[in-house]
Design a protein around this ligand. Structure first.
Ligand SMILES: [Zn+2]
Length: 416
């Protein structure tokens, strides 16, 4: 596939992709890699450990050095006596409508399937892929958004969740506790317009899988598991009442992502896929159950075989989830950075549009010559929808936030 736009052999074309010239600074996969190196630090960040506390304090200090107000969001559960989300805020013109981007800072080590979540005393995982990659890239997004110096339309929240990982087959509860705590803490009268989940990426297009006997794919795929447009069954099976607003918002988000990825950035649809989320096995689950349009951006994974897949090895939750393995899988440090860059550019463009919609530099500017008409309509529709639907949503959202979910993930063994 060496002729493909943006392949590794064609770095100039990656550089040339359509991030606006005025975007300064542009996001850097290289800075994200430095963050990853500093964050991982050889430690095992299981909940309630000194390493977990040390690393979340590091995240907080990094955000404060960028100039953010940072909240320590403490919570406890049966299994965790000292859990803490780290949440930084970039105030927007609207304080009652948020865009939230999240990654989990905890890590876990246990046996992989077919044994399900069996822990053992010497099992330690650096969680470099799961989810050091999400933390590192989220820090880079927060960095460039602060540097831009614009006031976004929405208020942006950068959430670094604790206790995403299921604690294994002997645990009394599921995972996803940090993001659940956050969703339950969203103030009454406040909407989350979009949640973007970063959990395991970097091992994705334009990288090729390692040359292992079981692999025949040309590239790792970047998956964007979004609020469903067609198949809501995973969520309705878990008692979500899907409203018209949720359906319209899901369609809006999927179109917006496809516009950014495939029209603006020209990413190939065969390697960067926006698809319905039908598994719910990361923190975006809690946001979708809360009624909020969400997407999980993720690279190479396992046990979700799709047509043509033969390469589904994983390193998550294992001793091998460390930086050297990540570099090996990616084919080198530079390649790993290229993988980060793919998702970072998409994230930055999503953020840039929200920064600039009120500066006369909205998305239609960047759609000229492609589908400008569509997007003029799309964005008017989007904001009109927010104005009309937010009050309706508040009325129609079932239950109080605290009743949202108290049993963690239903399929904890599938948690990423
Ligand atoms: Zn994860």
């Amino acid at each position: 596939m060496s002729t493909m736009v943006g392949s590794i052999s064609n770095e100039d074309q990656i550089e040339a992709m359509a991030l606006p010239e005025e975007m300064d600074p542009k996001p850097s996969g290289s800075r994200a890699y430095d963050n990853l190196e500093n964050f991982v630090d050889g430690s095992y960040r299981q909940i309630d450990t000194d390493a977990n506390k040390d690393r979340r304090a590091w995240i907080k200090s990094e955000l404060e050095m960028m100039g953010y107000d940072v909240e320590e969001q403490s919570f406890t559960t049966i299994e965790c006596s000292d859990c803490m989300n780290i949440v930084a805020t970039l105030p927007g013109k609207r304080d009652d409508s948020w865009i939230v981007v999240g990654a989990h800072h905890d890590a876990i080590c246990y046996s992989p399937p077919p044994l399900i979540g069996v822990t053992y005393p010497t099992c330690r995982s650096q969680g470099a892929y799961d989810d050091g990659t999400g933390v590192a890239n989220l820090l880079e997004l927060a960095n460039v958004m602060m540097e831009w110096g614009h006031v976004p339309e929405h208020t942006w929240k950068f959430g670094f969740w604790d206790y995403e990982e299921w604690q294994g087959s002997s645990a009394s509860e599921g995972g996803g506790m940090g993001s659940l705590h956050f969703v339950n803490s969203v103030p009454e009268g406040t909407d989350v317009a979009t949640y973007i989940n970063l959990d395991m990426f970097g091992l994705n297009w334009p990288l090729s899988p390692p040359n292992l006997p079981t692999c025949s794919e040309d590239h790792f795929t970047l998956y964007l598991y979004a609020s469903p447009v067609d198949d809501w069954s995973y969520y309705t099976d878990r008692e979500l009442e899907v409203t018209d607003h949720m359906r319209e918002d899901a369609e809006r988000l999927q179109s917006q992502l496809k516009e950014i990825l495939h029209q603006q950035l020209d990413y190939p649809t065969e390697w960067v896929k926006v698809i319905d989320d039908t598994k719910g096995n990361s923190d975006h689950y809690n946001f979708i159950q809360g009624g909020y349009a969400s997407v999980w951006i993720r690279g190479m994974h396992e046990y979700i075989h799709e047509e043509g897949d033969t390469c589904e090895q994983t390193i998550k939750h294992s001793q091998a989830d460390n930086l050297p393995t990540l570099r090996t899988y990616a084919g080198g440090v530079d390649e790993l950075k290229q993988g980060f860059q793919t998702a970072l550019d998409a994230l930055a463009l999503f953020a840039w549009w929200d920064m600039n919609v009120s500066h006369g530099l909205g998305p239609t500017t960047y759609s000229e010559g492609t589908e400008a008409g569509h997007w003029e309509f799309g964005w008017l529709w989007y904001f009109a929808l927010l104005l009309i639907a937010v009050p309706a949503l508040l009325i129609s959202r079932p239950g109080t936030p605290l009743e949202l979910r108290d049993d963690g993930f239903a399929d904890a063994e599938l948690l990423d």
